[in-house]
Design a protein around this ligand. Structure first.
Ligand code: FEO
Ligand code: CA
Ligand code: CA
Ligand code: CA
Length: 602
């Protein structure tokens, strides 16, 4: 600990040893408790989780699969009571359903160049399986309380509790609402969508609503567009349809040959009013349609609200949205439609360390009829094509983009991009075949988050610093446990300290699981990283967020056990229950200091 103090680090804790095993590990002196697992009750009358008898109806009343974003919204100013908001990004059928997947041998076929090996073969996606998957997607809003023992517990009879899923009716709002390109047979108004999917990270707004970012929506559609359909180029740019799921076999709207416009109704940021469990969530189209990783907001010094978004695909872009109106801290209702009106910008990282935020506004900079844009709605439906035309900087998979209200900085997680060819580097994406990712720090001038010209530098190039060819740039004070690859989500705490979680570390790639690392950003310690928590084998670490006191850290263990040839019967771990009659289950974990006190501080 003295060594940490001497280095000027903002953090004090004893680092976890990096490695790979079946369970989680937290720094000594802390407790990590499982708060909510897939299948847990969300309501007092929810059925008990029974993995052998799953139904869509029971899943609709239970905690969903693959928790990703976690947010905490205090209730009535209390510090021991609040709403936990969680997204459920996707499903792993092979790990969810007994007897559904099996490991089969692949025979050698010399002519086709296939070597003998094994693979996981999936069962039949029946209507029931598909409907359980759809019920396990979306989000959960649930009240939690801290008891006298200092531990948090769900409040199952709270009036706020809610499951959001593919059947939840939502409004399209903002410039795209009612446009022809979002009208379907089921919704001739172009204003009502059933549900949300692939909700990755998200955000909590300054007025206490929950933002759910729709990410890889292309994976849920199948079929082929009718010949010459107007959405052909649009869908190609987003990879629609990718056919990852079988939903379109049972629900026509996920088959683009039958419902060609449905895919234009996904890829948005969804806002949920958590105060009213019956309120229709709103898809805020003004923030653009991309594979949104998250949507993290900050109140600018002039009262406007700025929301940052990454579009998680190789060679895609970083965006920010600046509201036209200003935030009123005394009038919640007045803030409720702020996200419908404002300007969406895309980032151009210049080689000299400046950054231009270029507005995506119909009529300007070639976003005109000549280029196939007839309105702002067209610009937003085809946000990527609009940003292409403006010459935005092609990034190495932008994931979480997080403003730091304390310092005026913004942190961008670039997770990796092994397809960047030598010669194709740029200053903001300086490594070809970038397997381990990097972190960019943007400085908004004079703390003006709405600025259109900013500066930037690379905070960290990730990967193993002991391998010269990797080209990592951790501060030399970082130990062999402290470095990481593939930054994905992050959080800044009430003191403005940065915490980074990862997706993609493994025995094979980095000799360690994913986890949560504390990263210094100031002074001589800048770029020093230290391992605070690590997940069980196969999992990714999502959703780090702190309660306002900084004494509780909530994080999400996503897809545990998903390593190698994993099936329901043979997962890589049975975390967190470790029972033969229970599957491995994604879960939200709360971390607190034994005896109380701020996380990561003496
Ligand atoms: Fe859902 Fe980009 O992670
Ligand atoms: Ca992510
Ligand atoms: Ca975040
Ligand atoms: Ca990721």
């Amino acid at each position: 600990r003295e060594a940490h103090a001497a280095s000027g680090s903002a953090f004090t804790f004893d680092e976890v040893t990096a490695g790979v095993d079946e369970t989680h590990h937290v720094a000594e002196g802390y407790d990590a408790d499982v708060l909510l697992r897939w299948g847990d009750k969300v309501f007092a009358d929810s059925p008990e989780f029974d993995p052998d008898n799953q139904t869509p109806e029971s899943q609709l009343r239970q905690f969903g699969y693959n928790n990703d974003y976690v947010g905490f919204i205090p209730l009535d100013g209390a510090d021991d009571r609040g709403l936990l908001v969680v997204t459920h990004e996707y499903t792993n059928a092979e790990l969810m359903f007994p007897g559904f997947a099996r490991i089969v041998k692949v025979e050698e076929d010399k002519e086709k160049g296939i070597e003998a090996s094994e693979k996981v073969e999936l069962g039949e996606f029946t209507r029931t399986i598909v409907d359980i998957e759809m019920a396990a997607h979306g989000g959960t809003v649930i009240e939690i309380r801290r008891d006298e023992d200092g531990k948090w517990h769900p409040v199952l009879d709270s009036r706020y509790n809610r499951r959001i899923h593919l059947g939840t009716e939502m409004e399209l709002s903002g410039p795209v609402a009612g446009h022809d390109r979002v009208k379907t047979n089921a919704d001739p108004s172009g204003k009502l969508v059933k549900g949300t999917l692939n909700n990755c990270a998200g955000g909590v707004t300054p007025w206490g609503t929950f933002l759910m970012a729709e990410e890889n929506f292309h994976g849920y559609f199948r079929g082929a567009l009718p010949e010459g359909h107007r959405e052909t180029a649009n869908y190609e740019r987003y990879g629609v349809p990718a056919g990852w799921y079988s939903w379109g076999e049972h629900h026509e709207r996920f088959d683009v040959s039958k419902e060609p416009n449905e895919a234009n109704r996904f890829g948005w940021v969804v806002e949920v009013d958590v105060q009213d469990p019956n309120a229709k969530p709103k898809k805020r189209t003004a923030l653009g349609r991309v594979k949104h990783e998250g949507a993290e907001s900050v109140v600018n010094k002039d009262g406007r609200v700025v929301t940052y978004c990454g579009d998680d695909e190789r060679f895609d872009y970083i965006y920010k949205f600046v509201t036209a109106g200003t935030f009123d801290p005394d009038n919640r209702a007045a803030n409720m439609d702020l996200l419908d009106d404002g300007t969406l910008y895309v980032a151009k990282f210049n080689e000299d360390g400046t950054l231009d935020w270029m507005p995506l506004v119909f009529g300007d900079n070639g976003l005109t009829a000549e280029n196939g844009f007839a309105s702002q709605a067209d610009v937003l439906v085809e946000t990527r094509r609009a940003a292409d035309l403006l010459g935005a900087t092609k990034m190495d998979r932008p994931e979480d983009v997080e403003p730091n209200a304390v310092t005026g900085k913004v942190y961008c997680m670039l997770t990796n991009n092994t397809k960047r060819q030598p010669g194709d580097e740029n200053a903001a994406n300086p490594r070809a075949e970038n397997a381990f990712g990097h972190i960019i720090e943007i400085t908004e001038p004079d703390g003006d988050f709405a600025a259109t010209r900013s500066t930037w530098e690379i905070l960290l190039k990730c990967g193993d610093p002991s391998i010269a060819e990797v080209g990592a740039s951790f501060n030399p004070a970082t130990t062999e446990n402290g470095w990481f690859g593939m930054p994905d989500n992050c959080a800044t705490d009430a003191d403005g300290r940065l915490w980074v979680s990862t997706d993609g570390n493994s025995e094979k790639k980095t000799g360690r699981t994913d986890g949560l690392w504390a990263v210094d950003t100031e002074g001589a310690a800048r770029g020093t990283s230290r391992l605070f928590f690590r997940v069980p084998v196969g999992a990714e670490m999502c959703g780090p967020v702190f309660d306002p006191s900084g004494q509780t850290l909530f994080c999400a263990v996503q897809h545990p056990g998903d390593e190698g040839l994993a099936t329901y019967e043979a997962p890589a771990t049975r975390w967190p229950d470790f029972r033969d009659d229970m599957p491995v289950r994604p879960a939200v974990v709360t971390i607190t200091k034994k005896g109380g006190g701020k996380i990561g501080a003496a």
